[in-house]
Design a protein around this ligand. Structure first.
Ligand code: FAD
Ligand code: UDP
Length: 370
């Protein structure tokens, strides 16, 4: 196709990775074409405006970073509000602050000082001897059995579809435990929600870039063969190679969004439901991300589920089989001429938004400087 054979980069996927890469290359005069299989660009940060409320359609997204470079980068496209994530855990009607901190310990045991809380946790931790061998043992050794049973066990088993005794310890290591009265979930230097929604950032990044939506590159591959010098691929890597070494596993999610004729449903943006018998893990009330005062509200229940091929892949499964399989695919990718892979799917890593931006900027530098 002569008319198409004029791009420097064919970029597959218009999520943050693809959009940042396209933006940076376009502004340096490189010719970019972005293909996106969904109807709209933006990947998982895409939101939809309903009655003045930005509904995060692919899950709640809270921007946080310690990188000044990334913070200044995103602030080119939108201002950020002062939202701080301070979720509440609901265990059968008992409410606790997250992440685990003095407010949680006070509500759980009535303790009022860090020394009392530490003593309580130390006494409950005594049941674990030696290195924790799984998530259950890791959790008990971090915060004790009471918190494990009320706030961790049910949530984690729903989220991952497996018993805590069969899950690796490291999943829980990223949960902060603090002996201060600090409910700020992310201890990041910069945090907030873009004023006007995440789409502002995507629109700014893709301004002037040629984007074709509704095109699945893997289905239309033949038509795009050779149209660009290089391909930047941000989709699933096993699919790129036609699953020739086997399928990578993912964890799926189902979102159920409801409009309610009331101003304020739960009083907080994120409420986690930590009991096993509640089928969803959390309820998001979108307006609270932006301090909305509309007379109606939108809430989304988030149900983890087994992932089936063909569905949206949300979380990589971090077990040995999948990590090994991914490493083999990554080797194939490294041998493919003119292929650059990046982002959450192609790297099979649970990256936060700031990490995706950082790695996209690094990929651009690598391209320009070699
Ligand atoms: P994606 O956003 O997945 O974009 C990839 C794009 O490629 C998609 O649009 C897809 O349709 C397209 N694509 C794939 N294959 C093809 C193909 N064959 N042809 C054409 N197009 C294709 N991060 C935070 O920092 N804070 C949070 O609070 C946070 N919350 C999250 C909550 C949930 C439920 C989830 C799932 C993620 C969350 N994240 C959060 C992570 C964040 O979504 C990612 O870091 C970021 O959006 C990833 O960008 P990406 O470009 O790598 O991937
Ligand atoms: N977790 C938990 N209870 C909670 C919230 C989180 O036990 O109320 C555990 C759970 O195992 C989860 C992990 O902590 O997989 C990481 O949670 P986080 O909220 O950081 O991850 P997310 O899934 O939102 O990216």
């Amino acid at each position: 196709m002569k008319e198409l054979s004029q791009y420097d980069y064919l970029i597959v996927g218009s999520g943050l990775f693809g959009a940042v890469f396209a933006h940076e290359m376009q502004r340096r005069g490189r010719r970019c074409l972005v293909l996106e299989r969904r109807a709209f660009p933006g990947g998982n940060v895409r939101s939809e405006e309903r009655e003045g409320i930005h509904v995060h359609v692919y899950g709640a997204h809270i921007f946080h970073t310690n990188s000044k470079e990334v913070w200044q980068y995103v602030n080119q496209f939108a201002d950020f509000n002062q939202f701080v994530n301070a979720p509440i855990a609901n265990f059968r009607g008992e409410l606790y602050h997250l992440p685990f901190n003095m407010n949680t310990f006070h509500a759980m045991w009535g303790v009022t000082t860090p020394a009392q809380a530490a003593a309580k946790i130390a006494s409950q931790r005594a049941e674990i001897t030696g290195e924790p061998r799984n998530l259950e043992e890791q959790a008990i050794s971090l915060v004790g059995r009471d918190i494990y049973e009320k706030l961790i066990q049910g949530y984690t088993e729903k989220q991952w579809g497996r018993k805590c005794t069969e899950l690796p310890a490291f999943i829980i290591k990223r949960l902060p435990v603090r002996y201060t009265y600090d409910n700020n979930y992310f201890q990041a230097r910069y945090q907030g929600i873009p004023v006007g929604g995440y789409n502002r950032i995507i629109d700014g990044l893709l301004d002037g870039v040629e984007v074709r939506t509704g095109v699945d590159y893997l289905e239309a591959r033949a038509a795009y063969e050779g149209v660009a010098e290089r391909v930047v691929y941000t989709g699933a890597l096993d699919a790129y190679f036609d699953f020739r070494l086997g399928r990578l596993a993912y964890r799926g999610l189902r979102f159920e969004t409801e409009r309610l004729e009331q101003e304020n449903y739960q009083g907080v943006a994120v409420m986690n439901y930590t009991a096993r018998e509640v089928p969803y893990t959390r309820i998001i009330e979108h307006k609270h991300f932006e301090f909305g005062r509309q007379p109606v509200t939108y809430v989304t229940r988030e149900y983890p589920q087994e992932w089936q091929p063909g569905e949206e892949a949300y979380y990589p499964v971090n077990d040995a089989r999948n990590q090994q399989l991914y490493a083999q695919y990554a080797e194939l990718a490294a041998k493919e001429r003119g292929l650059i892979i990046g982002g959450r799917l192609a790297k099979y890593r649970y990256y936060d938004m700031d990490q995706v931006i950082e790695t996209a900027l690094a990929a651009v530098r690598q391209e320009l400087e070699g």
